[in-house]
Design a protein around this ligand. Structure first.
Ligand code: ADP
Ligand code: ZN
Length: 602
């Protein structure tokens, strides 16, 4: 095999050029150096170790945290004609023996292993006897105790450097702030590694953050039906109960939606994940327990029905959309209650004060993102240290710039209302007082006689709630700890109360009144209806071939490859070979079948 990297890229994977910095990473490993690679999801991390593993003598050992993921990657590699295998707990004894023999005979380019498996004595002894070209540690941020994907076994991976000091090692991740990056270097013994950081932007993802109306699930359905009918997506909710409820409801509306959370048995979860990967158009409704290592390339949308705890979490979860580079959406609906719940969760958690401070900070940053009136992508990127970017034109605030209004006077009224009622009531009560509602509880407390009673009857309930939400998000008001949602004044509200600061807030747009969005399906990327029909015919062919082998459709060809076929309409195997994503092996295995679909198409 020992080919040059570029030849392998072309003949095996069917791609014409490396995407920088793939070529430099590969060079580094080929010359025996270590690498730390930070690249956004969909950036093309896998080829950075797959290609050198194929080009160098010996086997590349890949540490990967999730079994399902491992199986799919190996299936995809085999489709491309790469000699790949995995060792994990799903294999029978004989299968293990076979893989081990192949490894020792030098018949494998790549071997995927789960970290706990790698670390046991038996596997270490086996690897000692084999010829190893490199070690790749995928999802390297799992080594960080501060992150939300911490895996204790990852820490022990430092022994790779001790046992194999001369074998190149590469660690890869899509999430890493400065602190995580340091931890990866330190814990995995990568002080000498060359660091490659690519931009974190995911230009094909459109970000949208909407204020939830009284009927968030209707808003969700509207979003899915308008932009991504019959396509795969993930919907995140905070609680298990809500997951079940939303999944049921979406099914009632005629969609294919499956729940996924820690309260379901391992078999059910496994089955739902499989269906999500192997079928087209399945929606998974999940708590955050779902998603890490899901590298299905054609997840067309990620929706949040609750506010994530931090921008890191938001970016990681939304990053699961559109790995294939085709248009994808990150849609979120959030409201006052989210702000209150999350603030309370942080305040009442068991964590120590310094930890809480970090979490509060992160939540504030997330709220800032939600409430902002300028480009969301710019804000996201600058959060990750990229400060040079321009407004993107592909987020809701760029597409429909929000209007702001001078809310200083209403804000003063709201703040006085909090003050006059003793700083212990929640938003609903305060809004009732402001609007002068005839209410027994208000009378009982004598609040129908305070000066603020009825001074806000010019605004509606939703407008008032929006004002309170934005004031809480900006830290002018705090939600009390005990869980009653009582508000009190913060130091930061003084300048507003004294009239020394003008408070500009965004005007609320109800999702149900938002303009209708055009479709953003994969097929919608093709101009002519004929091409779209051909694309569907090619998809059907792919589906059949995938089902025959029990692999996910995208393992046969990606959507982007089928789209190019539909546009270019190659009429010979030679012309077919020029389509991006068609390598030699796949051309041989599938070329004729797809050619026939194209030639027969009218
Ligand atoms: P990551 O692991 O960084 O999320 P992947 O390695 O899964 O990304 O790659 C994302 C997509 O980009 C895959 O569909 C892959 O085949 C494709 N890809 C990677 N490198 C190239 C390249 N040089 N040219 C064209 N497509 C590429
Ligand atoms: Zn923008």
């Amino acid at each position: 095999m020992d080919d040059q990297p570029l030849d392998i890229l072309r003949s095996t994977f069917g791609y014409e050029q490396f995407r920088p910095p793939q070529d430099q990473v590969i060079d580094t490993l080929m010359q025996g150096g270590d690498a730390l690679v930070l690249m956004p999801t969909g950036g093309g991390k896998s080829l950075c170790y797959q290609i050198p593993a194929m080009a160098l003598p010996g086997t590349g050992v890949v540490v990967s945290p999730l079994i399902a993921l491992m199986q799919d990657q190996v299936a995809a590699l085999r489709q491309a004609g790469v000699r790949a295998a995995y060792l994990n707990s799903t294999l029978h004894w004989e299968e293990v023996q076979e893989v081990e023999r192949a490894l020792l005979r030098g018949e494998l380019d790549l071997l995927y292993v789960a970290p706990e498996r790698l670390l046991n004595e038996r596997t270490l002894a086996l690897l000692k006897r084999a010829r190893i070209s490199l070690f790749a540690i995928d999802e390297a941020h799992c080594v960080s105790q501060w992150g939300h994907d911490f895996r204790p076994e990852y820490i022990k991976l430092s022994l790779l450097a001790e046992h194999w000091p001369d074998i190149p090692r590469i660690a890869l991740t899509a999430t890493a702030d400065e602190r995580t990056r340091q931890e990866i270097r330190q814990r995995l013994g990568l002080d000498q590694a060359r660091v490659f950081i690519s931009g974190f932007d995911r230009p094909n993802i459109r970000y949208r953050i909407t204020q939830s109306s009284s009927n968030a699930r209707r808003d969700l359905l509207r979003f899915i039906e308008q932009t991504h009918p019959d396509e795969a997506g993930i919907v995140y909710c905070l609680s298990r109960k809500r997951v079940d409820e939303i999944a049921d409801w979406l099914c009632d509306q005629g969609l294919t939606a499956l729940p996924y959370h820690a309260g379901l048995s391992a078999q059910v979860r496994e089955a739902h994940q499989r269906r999500f990967l192997n079928e087209e158009g399945v929606i998974v409704v999940a708590t955050i327990a779902f998603g890490m290592g899901i590298d299905k390339p054609n997840v067309r949308f990620v929706a949040h029905l609750n506010l994530p705890k931090s921008i890191e979490a938001y970016y990681q979860e939304t990053g699961r959309a559109g790995r294939d580079g085709l248009p994808a959406d990150a849609w979120m609906s959030y409201g006052l209650q989210d702000v209150i719940t999350l603030r309370q969760m942080v305040d009442s958690s068991e964590a120590d004060e310094s930890h809480k401070r970090v979490e509060r900070h992160k939540l504030d940053a997330m709220l800032g993102l939600c409430e902002m009136t300028t480009c969301r992508r710019q804000a996201l990127l600058s959060y990750f240290g990229e400060t040079e970017s321009e407004p993107c034109g592909n987020c809701d605030t760029c597409l429909e710039p929000p209007e702001t209004w001078d809310a200083t006077v209403p804000a003063q009224k709201a703040l006085s209302c909090v003050h006059r009622t003793g700083q212990r009531f929640g938003v609903n009560y305060l809004v009732d007082v402001l609007r002068g509602k005839d209410d027994a509880r208000i009378k009982q407390f004598g609040h129908d006689r305070v000066s603020v009673f009825g001074i806000g009857s010019d605004l509606g309930v939703n407008e008032w709630k929006g004002i309170f939400r934005q004031m809480i998000a900006r830290g002018l008001l705090t939600v009390d700890l005990e869980g009653h949602g009582g508000l009190h004044l913060n130091e930061a509200c003084r300048p507003v109360l004294r009239g020394e600061m003008q408070l500009m807030l965004r005007k609320e747009v109800r999702p149900s009144r938002a303009p209708r969005e055009p479709r953003r399906t994969a097929a919608a990327g093709l101009d002519s209806p004929e091409d779209q029909r051909l694309f569907e015919a090619l998809r059907a062919c792919r589906r059949r071939l995938a089902d025959d082998q029990g692999v996910p459709p995208y393992v046969v060809f990606h959507d982007a490859t089928l789209m190019e076929m539909a546009e270019m309409r190659p009429e010979s195997l030679r012309a077919m070979a020029a389509i991006s994503g068609v390598g030699e092996r796949k051309l041989e295995a599938y070329g004729e079948e797809f050619l026939e679909v194209i030639l027969r198409f009218e």
